[in-house]
Design a protein around this ligand. Sequence first.
Ligand SMILES: Cc1cc2nc3c(=O)[nH]c(=O)nc-3n(C[C@H](O)[C@H](O)[C@H](O)COP(=O)(O)O)c2cc1C
Length: 366
Amino acid sequence: MTTLFEPLTLGDLELPNRVIMAPLTRMRSKQPGNVPHGLNAEYYAQRASAGLIISEATQISQQGQGYPATPGIHSPEQVEGWSLVTDVVHEAGGRMFCQLWHVGRISHRSHQPGGELPVAPSAIKPSGGTFSADWKPVGFETPRALETEEVAAIVMQYRQAAENAERAGFDGVEVHGANGYLLDQFLQDGSNKRTDQYGGSIENRARMLLEAVDQAISVWGNGRVGVRLSPYGTFNDMSDSDPVGLFTYVLTELSSRGIAYAHIIEPRASLAGGQDGTNVQAPHATEIFRKAFAGSIISAGGYDRAEAMRVVEAGIADAVAFGRLFIANPDLPERLARGVPLNPYDRATFYGGGEKGYTDYPIASV
Ligand SMILES: Cc1cc2nc3c(=O)[nH]c(=O)nc-3n(C[C@H](O)[C@H](O)[C@H](O)COP(=O)(O)O)c2cc1C
């Protein structure tokens, strides 16, 4: 029987354990320019005992930004900033992937080049809102539907970002296809009403994600590319008429590419971790889609120690990613292995600010 605390070969990487740090947006990059800096490096280095760190979502272009102070990987300063982070993570013995992100319609004009409207597969306004560049709550607007040629250009920005991630010293990239951002907006038919080759059938709706993944593979090789998906997720106003058909197709295609892993978010984690409490009635996505994907599966969303140990021991997942618990417990793998009580997280300090709630969570005393 395999346990959560055993090594795992994940694509080209050898992980010392199966406790993964989930991608976590913290909105603490240096301004102006959305540049990773020393404080971010310290935060990630503190968590280097994770089997793998997946970076916070990182925009591939200015158009791909949707919240204040999220880091990018499209300017030379950002690449340099990330090098600082990956250096200290490696010195501390860790491994780190960069999560490549384009928010699509989950944005606001204040983040967009030239103050233009955010873009999306179709001109459908999501409910809810975000924060403007000056941190004011703002409602979403109806986005502009992308032209077909623009979709191809964004795919090439994924390639450029993958190259930049290599330059910045990451160990690989995770294509963010989850949580209602651009690639997920293309996947699901609640947000994609296109009539070109990127809309309509499941094959067409999956095309952009698969093209972005293929570009990442061409830069990194398939053993250093992962993909994150959130079947049944409703965060950011998402819906699909046939989640089983859609995600079975996507995972089968990803499986044939032999990527390092598929990272599946369990829908029981309300609003992708944006709210406490779990929806116990939600389907178990990892169990449902496991058979569609032959490679390693990282499962995330609402895990505690017992449930994480159970799914790995039962062979349902190969590894488990922890979000909120990793925010509050820099030494999470050791705490879980030893059964040490966990620090509670402070939701008020999740987004923005400085050291408080970021680098000041204590490690367990020996
Ligand atoms: C503060 C916060 C920031 C998050 N940022 C990201 C992100 O940048 N990319 C992503 O894919 N998911 C993000 N998520 C979702 C988490 O990766 C994770 O899937 C979710 O929190 C559920 O896992 P948990 O129950 O272990 O916290 C975020 C969640 C939280 C709470």
